[in-house]
Design a protein around this ligand. Sequence first.
Ligand SMILES: Cc1ncc(COP(=O)(O)O)c(C=O)c1O
Length: 366
Amino acid sequence: MKYPIVKPYLPCLEKYQNYISDVFERNWLTNNGPLVQKLEKRLAEYLGVEHLLLVANGTLALQVAYAALGIKGKVLTTPFSFAATASSLVWHGLQAEFIDVDAGSFNLNADNISTEQIDTASAILAVHVFGNPCEVEKLAALGAEHDMKIIYDAAHAFGSNFNDQSVLNYGDAATLSFHATKLFHSTEGGAIIFKNKADYDNARQLINFGFDKNNHPELVGINAKMSEMHAAMGLTVLENIDHITAQRSELVNRYHQNLETITCELLQLQHWHVAGVRNGAYMPVLFKDESSVLLIADQLANEDIGTRRYFHPSLSQVEAYGMKGDTPIANDIASRILCLPLYTDLTLVDVDYICDKIKFFLDVRS
Ligand SMILES: Cc1ncc(COP(=O)(O)O)c(C=O)c1O
């Protein structure tokens, strides 16, 4: 495909090799090695957060967060997300109940939570969809009033700010994915940012089999550690993060300039939170209906332009996750969504070309 939907960012090989040579010299490959410690520190500084714990991937980040916060029973969550949001709950023996989303932001809409759901749930797991900040203040107030933990699946929210600080500073825990296709990556990897130091300390023990200082399994833990090889990739990518973010944001802005002119009956763009700034993580568009999405995706593929129905299907329609919750808005969005190519070496000329093709297929004059 000439324009794939994503291309993992590959940093300078020589710099990566330097880190790997150091790892070979030390022969310290995992178990909280010096590169993991360095990446943890650098990421916390870069993002402006405290209590950041690196883990092996974004799915384990969610599961460790549930365990560290002692989440039990029912969790209210969004159906418009990636499979891991719901599967991590079910895998952990929790009951996922789906709350419908806002039609503009695509994020969980707290106004759709019923009194009965508030009274019976132990936590809300919301997603900053495509990096777009949730109504974090409203959710914080709800959590405080009803003694519910607020967790953010912030897999897309690297570098996403809200009121001039990282959106990762909101919630009892916020989890990140550093999968190869993400804006910032470590090949595979993830992180959890905890509000409280005690939860962070607990999670640090949980990701290493629950071992105490004497290697005695004091808690029921798991292996969720990041390796030195993965941290080496993270450190190398982090050196270029300002360039990556600037480049992707410019591309997203160009997509918006091109597509904003199309009438909203044919195509809609995600409404970003007014107190946030787009982080350039994804480029989603909503088409008129499902048949338009299927047709456009096919037509673009014939022109060597990759797209992805991300997220489809709506998680509330997946039998394996229990299907609890009436979510017509999320179901509708999931049927009409399409993500467009976005990666660091895509050019503004490429974006114009892709948008011209979309306009042509929609029969819109430029
Ligand atoms: C919203 C969301 N949550 C969780 C994950 C899981 O992250 P990982 O692939 O690092 O396990 C992803 C991955 O793309 C995601 O998009």
